[in-house]
Structures are given as structure tokens and as C-alpha cells.
Design a binder for this molecule. Structure first.
Ligand SMILES: [Zn+2]
Length: 519
């Protein structure tokens, strides 16, 4: 106890001598304040200001900036309500569609309403593919019908889709499937051959087993991978490049197991590519539960058939646009920090997570920084890139213009992993040491997971133009992203307001750090 008193006394003495070491104004403050007259300090400051001293507004600390951004986003956020307008008022925004153009008009109007320094568009020619009216994948299997009649199929509650499936015996079964983006149309009726790996494709192809058949590319997500983007990366080549090898072995069409962790009845579309010198055959995504069903039917019923009818068409390119809103920098107005997402989506669902959420993160980040009164050193640019899904023309044109106009991008951030709870960022290795002084605040808001290497599809082309740009990718939790990615389930209802607003504040906080730390 005694020791404590001595320490406290010593502490006070030290504080006293420290204060008396300060001269003039500080000294008088000390005397007044230490004599316990609350309110005197304000009077003294007011007196000094009246004598002509400029009132200096204290510069907020990093922690205060973080708090203001998160508090504002979580209480009076705009990202969620604007995403609702985009998803429900405009809907899906496939490149080249009338709806995408309607969305761009909405975006320009919306951004202009906030009086950012500039809002402008960059014209971009984009491809135009249409799904068409006819989209049918029908299974004929007497064995399945017999099984259903005799009640031999067991309920499988391990599959999330079982309760939705309600299987009843029928003459034929219309399957949950959708054309992949860019697919040709056509009519095919044939048996299904299941292929689970590249090696199996090669072996079955060389054995002549794929000729005149429908191939089911059935490699499933590796469920042990915690980062679901790695699971996606391990499977997506069968969707993107599966057409040519199957056609070379004489296949009539390809069904691709949907890119998802879930077992359900929602097919997931996405881009597919052809090789010009190889015959183009219909490419179709089937729901994961449908892929499982086809695997079992093709094993148990050698006489089964699948009939496909598609009406897809590709039209000439059409003019569309990137949309940009910016706040001018006060120290380096000619240097740019760009951040955004892609404005186009697939035609299934509403492009809510992919990538309406990323666009709204970026817009909201620009708004939050403006709203809290932050004056950026660099010019801050929120960008909605067009045509990421099936061409990357928006990102490519953005970079080309940056090169032509001699624009220097000191940093570029992309959000294209959905509007889920934020976890952190992927950041160029060279910039990671600069984050050390902010780490405690990043951790405090749950966004402190920093991965080496940052980027995104749309900002990738900038690398060639501005090799020194710091690239950053926003990383939210990935566990549920592939439940909805490119599917009819990617709708506004499946976006959580709080998670989206947290993501927007996280992006704003990272833009603040980049603006502070870069020259
Ligand atoms: Zn995307």
C-alpha cells in the first residue's frame, strides 16, 4: 500500500514537472486545470481564439477514423438499400443485355445524387450472348421410375436438396440445369457417361466410350479446403475448357457438375470457352444433386437417355460502359486510388453477391469517407467495371485508358467475393509492412487477416500499365459464397445487411490506410 502511494506521488510529481516544462499557454492551462475548476480550460481556449489564434481542429487518430467509418456504416449505411434498388429495381445485368444498360443509367443517377467531385462513364464494347427461351434437360429412365414406385430410394438428409426434391415416379424427369454462358444451342438425345477426372476423360475418350454420348464432367469440390475459392479453382477448368476435349472424343454435349459446396437443385452457370478448330457442342450446368442422380442412374440403367434442347444465341458486340465516381485528392490530385467491383452479372439471380455487393462496397466506401469529412491526399475513384463475367472488357479498357491518358494508379482494390462478413485483405507483399501500425485496429474490427498477394480480375490489366500499383483484394468469409455464385439464389434476400455494411466499412478503412501510407 505504502509502495503504491509513493509510486502515485512520484507519478504526479513527474506529471507536474512535465507540465511546468511546457511554456506559455500550456503552463497556464496546467495551473488552471490542476486547481480543479472544470470549464476553465474551455474559457481559456476561447479567450485565445478571440485574440486571433486560429482554432485548430485536432486531426483524428487512426482509431477514431476506423470508429467513425464503422459506426456510420452500421447505423446510417447506404450500401444495403442501394443494393436493394439495384437487385429489385434493375435485376440481373448480363453484359450486352438491355437490363445491364438500364443498370448503368441507374448507377450514374445514383452516384450523381451524392455530389461526388465527378461521375463519368467510359464506353466499352461488350459481347452479347442470350440464353434463349428453350432450355430443357430431360431424363428418361424406367429403372429410376421403378425404384421410385417401389419406394426403394432412401431419403438422404445429408444432401441439402433432398427436402426440396420430392421425387415422384414419372415417365420422364425435367432436370435442374441451365446453359453455360457462351454455349451454342442445339438438340441432343443420348446416354450419359460420367467422368470424374482429367485422366478418366482421357482414358474413356481413347477407349471410344464418349463417342455420340453426353459427357457429365462430375469432379466435385474438395470439401476439406477451408478456402472455398481453392475448391472452385480445383474444378472450374471443366466448366471453362471442358467443351473441346469432349468434342474431340466425339461427344454430342457436355453436362458440368455445378461449382458449389452444396448438394442442391440450383444449377450454377458461368463462362465456357470453345476452341475454334473443334466442333462446338452444347455446354450445360446441372445442379450438384442432379449430377449425383445422373451418376447413379447411368450406373444402374444402361438404357437411360437424356434429351437436351437449347436455344442460346450469340449476337454482335454492343456498346456498354464502366461507371466511375471520384473525390479529388488534395495533395496528389493526379495520383489515383481505384476501388470497385464488376457491375455485370449472370442472367440467373440478381447478381446480388456477385458482384452487386462489391460495387456497393466501393460506392459506400467513397461515401463514408466523404461523410466523415475525410480529405484524401490522392484522388479516390470508385469504379463499376463492366463485363468481368464473360470477357473482362471493362477492366481491360479501364487499363488501356489509364495508359493512354498517363494516369498513375498508386493503388487498386477489388471486391468480388461477395457481401459476406469481412475477414481481411490480400495485399501486395511490398505494402504489408506498412499495415503493422494499423494491425490492432484491423484486428479490432475483425478484418486483420492479411494474405500475401492482392488483386482481382478487373484490376489485373492495370499491372501492365502501372507496374508499381499496390494491388489489394477484399476478403470476406468464403463458406457460403458458392451456395449462390452464378445461380438463381444470388438474390438480395440472401445478402445480410450487417455483413454488407461491415464489408463497406472495411473497404473504406483500407482505402484510408492506402491514402495515408502511399506517396
Ligand atoms: Zn464476380
Amino acid at each position: 500500500m505504502k509502495k503504491f502511494c509513493l509510486s502515485a506521488q512520484t507519478g504526479l510529481m513527474l506529471l507536474g514537472s512535465l507540465l511546468s516544462a511546457l511554456s506559455g499557454f500550456a503552463g497556464s492551462v496546467k495551473n488552471q486545470a490542476l486547481h480543479g475548476q472544470p470549464g476553465d480550460l474551455n474559457k481559456i481556449i476561447a479567450k485565445y481564439n478571440m485574440r486571433g489564434m486560429r482554432a485548430v481542429r485536432p486531426i483524428p487518430s487512426d482509431s477514431q477514423i476506423f470508429k467513425r467509418l464503422f459506426d456510420l456504416s452500421l447505423t446510417y449505411g447506404h450500401a444495403y438499400k442501394r443494393l436493394g434498388e439495384l437487385c429489385k429495381g434493375v435485376g440481373p445485368r448480363l453484359s450486352g443485355s438491355d437490363n445491364a444498360e438500364k443498370g448503368i443509367v441507374w448507377a450514374v443517377d445514383m452516384l450523381r445524387g451524392y455530389q461526388f467531385d465527378t461521375v463519368f462513364t467510359q464506353p466499352v464494347m461488350v459481347p452479347r450472348w442470350e440464353r434463349g427461351d428453350v432450355e430443357m434437360v430431360r431424363l428418361y429412365s424406367t429403372v429410376l421410375t421403378q425404384q421410385l414406385k417401389s419406394g426403394k430410394t432412401e431419403p438422404d438428409y445429408n444432401c441439402e436438396a433432398f427436402v426440396e426434391a420430392n421425387p415422384l415416379p414419372k415417365k420422364y424427369y425435367d432436370l435442374q440445369a441451365c446453359a453455360l454462358g457462351g454455349s451454342v444451342g442445339g438438340s441432343v438425345k443420348a446416354a450419359v457417361v460420367v467422368v470424374n477426372s482429367d485422366a478418366e476423360l482421357e482414358a474413356k475418350g481413347k477407349a471410344g466410350l464418349l463417342k455420340d454420348k453426353i459427357v457429365l464432367l462430375n469432379r466435385a469440390f474438395d470439401q476439406t479446403l477451408l478456402n472455398t475459392f481453392q475448391a472452385y479453382g480445383g474444378c472450374v477448368n471443366q466448366r471453362v475448357n471442358g467443351a473441346a476435349p469432349c468434342a474431340r472424343f466425339g461427344a454430342m454435349a457436355v453436362l458440368v457438375r455445378s461449382m458449389s459446396n452444396r448438394c442442391d437443385l440450383h444449377p450454377h452457370t458461368g463462362v465456357t470457352h470453345y476452341v475454334d478448330s473443334v466442333r462446338k457442342i452444347p455446354m450445360i450446368a446441372v445442379a450438384t444433386a442432379v449430377a449425383d442422380l445422373l451418376e447413379s442412374v447411368s450406373a444402374s440403367d444402361p438404357k437411360h437417355l437424356v434429351e437436351i434442347r437449347l436455344d442460346c444465341k450469340t449476337w454482335p458486340d454492343r456498346q456498354s460502359a464502366n461507371v466511375v465516381a471520384s473525390t479529388k485528392g488534395t495533395v496528389y490530385p493526379e495520383k489515383i486510388i481505384a476501388f470497385g467491383g464488376h457491375f455485370d452479372s449472370w442472367d440467373e439471380g440478381e447478381g446480388a453477391h456477385d458482384d452487386g455487393a462489391g460495387c456497393m462496397h466501393a460506392f459506400e466506401a467513397l461515401r463514408l469517407l466523404k461523410e466523415i469529412g475525410y480529405t484524401p491526399k490522392h484522388t479516390l475513384r470508385c469504379v463499376f467495371w463492366i463485363n468481368e463475367e464473360n470477357g473482362l472488357r471493362g477492366g481491360t479498357e479501364y487499363a488501356r485508358l489509364a495508359g493512354t491518358l498517363g494516369e498513375e494508379h498508386v493503388a487498386a482494390l477489388e471486391s468480388d467475393r461477395g457481401g459476406f462478413v469481412p475477414r481481411g485483405f490480400g495485399v501486395d507483399s511490398a505494402f504489408i509492412p506498412k499495415l503493422a501500425k494499423y494491425q490492432r485496429w484491423l484486428d479490432a474490427y475483425g478484418i486483420g487477416e492479411i494474405e500475401r498477394g492482392g488483386g482481382g480480375a478487373d484490376i489485373g490489366p492495370l499491372k501492365k500499365v502501372n507496374p508499381n500499383t499496390v494491388f489489394v483484394g477484399f476478403i470476406p468469409d468464403s463458406q457460403r459464397y458458392f451456395d449462390v455464385h452464378h445461380a438463381e439464389t444470388d438474390v438480395f434476400e440472401n445478402v445480410n445487411k450487417r455483413e454488407l455494411q461491415l464489408g463497406a466499412a472495411a473497404v473504406a478503412a483500407m482505402i484510408y490506410i492506402l491514402d495515408q501510407e502511399l506517396d
